[in-house]
Ligand binder design. Structure first.
Ligand SMILES: Cc1cc2nc3c(=O)[nH]c(=O)nc-3n(C[C@H](O)[C@H](O)[C@H](O)COP(=O)(O)O)c2cc1C
Length: 203
């Protein structure tokens, strides 16, 4: 019996569609396609976003998709639910993720809080800066801290923080970052296919 193609969504948290972050993200997605996945790319800066309304803080039962004010991120909830894998990619903004990436993660609260809709999905993380002014690890790990509580699985090499290739930012990523990116695309698909064949209940 053939298994359905792995579906992986890349989330670009940079305003630049062809910048350092987007390039690394696209390399992960390309490797995933080469390994048989279907991919989708979302540029958060293209979406209109309403900031998190804090329904959870009023009453945890309120924070579910049906109660969220409709915006560009709630519109892609069905895609996020259907996806087998997510790649969150952010530039380093003041030693952390970009504001839109934080908005995106806050919006995932409604999915997590609605019976762990993200549980068992495979997720990888990219934080990059061409200027190397500090904070790459913090940006990457901040995304991981939230998503791991939502029940995602991280594949080998799946947390990437990548400095640019030079201080003048002309050369792009160093070779190892590009190699890591293609490994991550492959390991994501392998892990997803493994779990498609062997259904696991995590909770
Ligand atoms: C508001 C802002 C804050 C930034 N803060 C940091 C920082 O703390 N550390 C760092 O290394 N780079 C920082 N940068 C540089 C970006 O991370 C860097 O230019 C990155 O390569 C941009 O990625 P992109 O070209 O894909 O958008 C900052 C840039 C901006 C616009």
């Amino acid at each position: 019996m053939s298994i359905k193609k792995a579906h992986i969504i890349g989330i670009n948290g940079s305003p630049h569609k062809n910048g350092l972050v987007a390039k690394l993200l696209m390399e992960v997605l390309e490797a995933a396609r080469e390994n048989g996945a279907e991919t989708q790319l979302v540029h958060l800066y293209d979406l209109s976003i309403i900031h998190e309304q804090g329904l959870y803080s009023e009453d945890p039962e309120k924070e579910v998709p049906a109660n969220m004010p409709e915006d560009g991120i709630t519109k892609i909830y069905p895609d996020l639910i259907r996806a087998d894998g997510l790649v969150l990619a952010t530039p380093v903004y003041w030693a952390n993720m970009s504001g839109v990436m934080k908005d995106f993660i806050d919006h995932l609260t409604a999915l997590e809080n609605d019976n762990f809709k993200l549980e068992g999905k495979v997720a990888a993380f990219i934080a990059a800066s061409k200027e190397n002014e500090g904070g790459m690890e913090m940006a990457a790990i901040s995304m991981v801290a939230a998503l791991t509580q939502m029940g995602v699985l991280i594949p080998p090499w799946g947390i990437m923080w990548a400095p640019g290739g030079s201080i003048t930012a002309k050369e792009g990523h160093p070779k190892w970052a590009n190699e890591d990116a293609s490994h991550v695309g492959k390991t994501m698909v392998r892990l997803i296919n493994l779990f498609k064949k062997n259904k696991v209940s995590w909770y």
